[in-house]
Design a binder for this molecule. Structure first.
Ligand code: NAD
Length: 309
């Protein structure tokens, strides 16, 4: 499979490495408006392939060279500087998506191509990419709250002393400050969280839950403060999404996709079944009233930002 990655900064490079390590691609093409950067990334990554899979990796200077790509991953655009929110990137990155999508569509097969959006503010960029590409909503997929869900699961795992693989837990809504921690649908080994805590004699009072929520929502800000940007986590998320698509796993992932039409259209993350045709189904988990209100608030915030474009 040929995969194109547009934007080869911190995130695009980490995504390229993660994609390479899946062994699912026979060819990876890298495009960045900074050609020097793209060529250096392709060179470095090409050297790494000598130690892993035999994959053709090249930097391309024209969109014509992405022809034949079945999946296009968009990781281009400005990232958050310390103190900036994802929504502060709105106008800058809308211009980037508006530049990229028409060129991607001119050079890929609209009947098959799937676009994975990573650029922030994620949900609004998914809406814009879908609108400009005119692709079915099932094939314009945002990484959404995959990373937030992973962060939540890892914190829970440490708190409960249970492997992440035995925990089902989701963060829903906006990939941003209004994300919704779906406590009502946390299951540990198939047992609801409160019941599990009773059986395991673990206390998880509201104050601890509030701290966990704060840590999940602030993880990116803390990483950006210490490291300038975040890239490894999102690289892992894209690789996981790629496995689900390429191997037609029909796995449930909290990805972002456009639901609704016209003025009611909005993209946000819900648990969705993902396979080789893209998003196959959207599911609705158990939510309490705070969580349902939170989802409505998330949708409003995303739609408001989309309408500003
Ligand atoms: P970066 O500044 O390191 O790299 C961005 C790259 O995009 C640069 O190399 C730049 O030349 C390129 N670029 C800009 N405009 C372009 C265009 N029109 N065409 C082609 N290339 C273009 O930034 P980064 O840290 O790699 O972050 C990239 C994006 O990913 C940001 O929007 C960031 O917020 C987002 N991000 C998303 C998640 C997530 O969970 N979805 C996680 C981390 C970062």
């Amino acid at each position: 499979m040929k995969i194109a990655i547009i934007g080869v900064g911190s995130v695009g490079s980490a995504v390229a490495t993660a994609v390479q390590n899946t062994g699912l691609a026979h060819e990876i093409v890298l495009y960045d408006r900074d050609g020097v950067r793209a060529r250096a990334a392709a060179e470095d990554l090409g050297h790494a392939s000598a130690f892993s899979y035999d994959i053709k990796i090249s930097a391309v200077s024209s969109y014509r060279a992405i022809r034949g790509s079945e999946i296009v991953i968009i990781a281009a655009g400005a990232n958050q500087k310390p103190g900036e929110t994802r929504n502060d990137l709105l106008q800058k990155n809308a211009a980037v998506i508006s530049d990229i999508i028409p060129r991607v569509m001119e050079n890929t097969d609209a009947k098959n191509v799937k676009i994975i959006v990573v650029t922030n503010p994620l949900d609004v960029m998914v809406m814009l990419a879908q609108k400009l590409s005119k692709l079915p909503v099932s094939r314009v997929i945002g990484t959404g709250t995959m990373l937030d869900s992973a962060r939540f699961k890892i914190i829970l795992s440490r708190q409960l002393g249970i492997s992440t693989r035995s925990i089902n837990s989701y963060v829903l809504g906006e990939h941003g400050d209004s994300s919704v921690i779906n406590w009502s649908a946390v299951y540990v080994g198939g047992i609801g969280l409160d019941d599990f805590c009773k059986q395991a004699k673990i206390s998880l009072p509201q104050t601890t839950r509030n701290t966990i929520e704060h840590r999940v929502r602030n993880a990116a800000y803390e990483i950006i403060q210490g490291r300038g940007a975040t890239w490894d986590g999102i690289g892992g998320a894209v690789a996981d999404l790629l496995h689900a698509i390429v191997n037609d796993e029909k796995r449930i992932l909290t990805v972002s996709s456009v639901d609704g039409v016209g003025k009611n259209a909005v993209a946000m993350s819900l648990p969705r079944v993902v396979g080789n045709k893209g998003i196959l189904m959207t599911l609705h988990t158990k939510t309490n009233s705070d969580e349902s209100n939170g989802l409505r608030k998330s949708a409003k915030i995303i739609r408001k930002h989309f309408d500003l474009l």
